[in-house]
Design a protein around this ligand. Structure first.
Ligand code: NCD
Length: 303
């Protein structure tokens, strides 16, 4: 059984993923019938968030509450915890929280933050985003969404669009989707925001593009991401690239009829509001799926 969830390369077994997705489906059905088993009663889960979050923190917290766990929640840990406010190290903070909680959901502003935390933690650490590193539970929810929407996870053409340099969701999604045979990736970004070499591992079939128009009629999944403003050295640098890609009604005409468009959210201006009513736009369902996936994950880790 997995104890820490730190990066998506930990997941090597597609059967394990299948079981997790089936468990997420069971959670959804039980929830809809108001028949959830409070399997985490008596457990305490700490959410330590050193960076802003809407979906990830709230869906983890909702997942914990629905399964009967209690929460210790810090939504603004960078200001409120001694770790930055008083100069305490992340490791000491984690050692202390180990005494209070049965699992720690951590979002940290530095790449490697979750691994550092796990190195001193006796309770499970779940990486809810580590700087420009990874976001493995988002990838689990994303892969679950593709399976649910398209009915398969192999032989797909997948475009990853936007900030591939700093976008941690794509850093986790690409290795996970590469576990399935026959998948091909279309990496669409400005040249300055290309996917780092460490994620272009052997056996991954990919092509790089500057323009999203070149891939719209080819792909089964169009996965759009936000330019990660907070990772740029200056506002000037960000402004140069802001608005590089906008998916609108015209783009949707070129997209295949049976394709889907995804986004981890929040979106800024990458997807026009007019796209929301298109049945191929699955990003709100994608966010909802994250709740059930996280319930399945917590139940599995903490039981
Ligand atoms: C993403 C993140 O925090 O990396 N959001 C999320 O968790 N759904 C994507 C982003 O912030 O752009």
């Amino acid at each position: 059984m997995l104890s820490h969830i730190l990066k998506s390369s930990q997941f090597k077994d597609v059967n394990y993923l299948d079981t997790l997705f089936a468990s997420a489906e069971e959670m959804r059905e039980a929830d809809e019938k108001n028949k959830l088993v409070k399997s985490l009663e008596g457990k305490i889960i700490a959410t330590l968030f050193f960076e802003p979050s809407t979906r990830t923190r709230l869906s983890f917290e909702a997942a914990a509450l629905k399964l009967g766990a209690s929460l210790l929640s810090t939504e603004n840990a960078r200001q409120s915890l001694s770790v930055t406010a008083k100069g305490e190290t992340l490791q000491d903070t984690i050692r202390i929280v180990n005494g209070y909680a049965d699992a720690i959901i951590l979002r940290h502003h530095e790449k490697g933050g979750a691994e550092l935390a796990a190195s001193v933690s006796d309770v499970s650490v779940i990486n809810a985003g580590d700087g420009a590193g990874e976001h493995p539970t988002q990838a689990l929810g994303d892969v679950y969404t593709i399976k649910k929407e398209l009915g398969k996870l192999e032989n797909l053409k997948i475009a990853l669009v936007g900030d591939l340099l700093y976008g941690r969701t794509v850093h986790s999604l690409l290795p996970m989707l590469s576990l399935y045979p026959g998948n091909k990736f279309y990496l669409v970004s400005p040249p300055q925001l290309r996917l780092p070499g460490e994620y272009k591992t052997a056996g991954i079939e990919f092509e790089e593009f500057d323009s999203v128009d070149l891939v719209l009629d080819k792909v089964d999944v169009l996965y759009v991401t936000r330019i990660q403003k907070e990772r740029f050295a200056s506002e000037e640098e960000y402004k140069k690239l802001k608005g590089s890609y906008v998916i609108d009604g015209v783009s949707m005409k070129k997209l295949k009829q049976d394709a889907i468009i995804m986004h981890p959210l929040p979106r800024v201006d990458e997807i026009a509001a007019e796209v929301d009513s298109d049945p191929r736009a699955v990003y709100f369902r994608q966010a909802a799926n994250g709740l059930y996936l996280r319930m399945a994950l917590l139940a599995q880790i903490l039981q």
